[in-house]
Design a binder for this molecule. Structure first.
Ligand SMILES: *Cc1c(COP(=O)(O)O)cnc(C)c1O
Length: 234
């Protein structure tokens, strides 16, 4: 088991390093978020022993059960759509959220983070493809959200996230990743503070995402093996 895990991790690290090299960046330019949703604590611990430090969960309830059963000292990110009633628990569990997709959620995060005395890092999810099934802000809605960000004290909006529509050929994802980077560059120019994190790329399209500027990739099945049951949103 652990051997297969080590081989899968090595293969991912090679894909990341090769894509970084192709895009003229160092191999450390990209952080790997190991998406452990649906996998047991033993798998997390195996990857932690192999050096993985950041893990992503999409359901708050599942994370609340799993995290205490895993090795300590790991960094946990919430990667899925978050319901507002789960915000206090999400703040207690996660140091970063990748899927923040409404102003009301951002407001609720600020209130609860202030109450908890904890800060949280946030990527705004942007629906660049316009696919109706996807969560995320429409690109047009983001500038108004960015105007609101300086008033936040506990929520640090420092990046953007997107999920490309699944297609057999990862090259089809390129234009969506490229678009998110271009939007980011334009918004940063207008708002004047950096949005350094670009969370984009999953098991099948991480190389293309890195070539287009991803700084975090969220990888599940390519690391852990086939998923025991389908992952659900929070
Ligand atoms: C499940 C999930 C992933 C990982 O998907 P894989 O295809 O298993 O790598 C990445 N991001 C989000 C938001 C997810 O829900």
């Amino acid at each position: 088991m652990s051997n297969a895990m080590a081989e899968r991790l090595a293969a991912i690290q090679e894909r990341i390093a090769a894509a970084c090299a192709r895009s003229g960046r160092g191999p450390d330019a990209v952080e790997l978020v190991a998406v452990s949703k649906t996998y047991p604590p033993e798998d997390v611990d195996s990857l932690a022993r192999l050096g993985c430090r950041i893990f992503g969960e999409s359901r708050v309830q599942e994370a609340a059960q799993k995290i205490p059963a895993c090795a300590s000292g790991l960094e946990w990110h919430g990667i899925g759509h978050l319901q507002r009633n789960k915000v206090p628990l999400a703040i207690a569990l996660f140091s970063r959220l990748h899927g923040v997709d409404s102003l009301r959620l951002l407001e609720r995060l600020e209130t609860c983070a202030a109450e908890a005395g904890r800060s949280i890092q946030v990527c705004l999810e942007v629906n660049v493809s316009g696919e109706a099934s996807k969560y995320g802000f429409a690109p047009d809605a983001v500038p108004a959200v960015l105007d609101y960000v300086p008033s936040l004290r506990y929520v640090q909006v420092d990046g953007l996230m997107t999920i490309a529509p699944f297609t057999a050929d990862p090259e089809d994802s390129r234009r969506h990743f490229c678009r998110l980077r271009e939007l980011r560059d334009a918004w940063v120019g207008a708002c004047g503070w950096p949005l350094e994190v670009l969370s984009m790329g999953m098991s099948h399209d991480l190389a293309v995402a890195i070539e287009e500027g991803a700084t975090m990739v969220r990888v599940g099945t390519a690391l852990f093996g086939p998923r025991p049951k389908p992952g659900e949103d929070v």
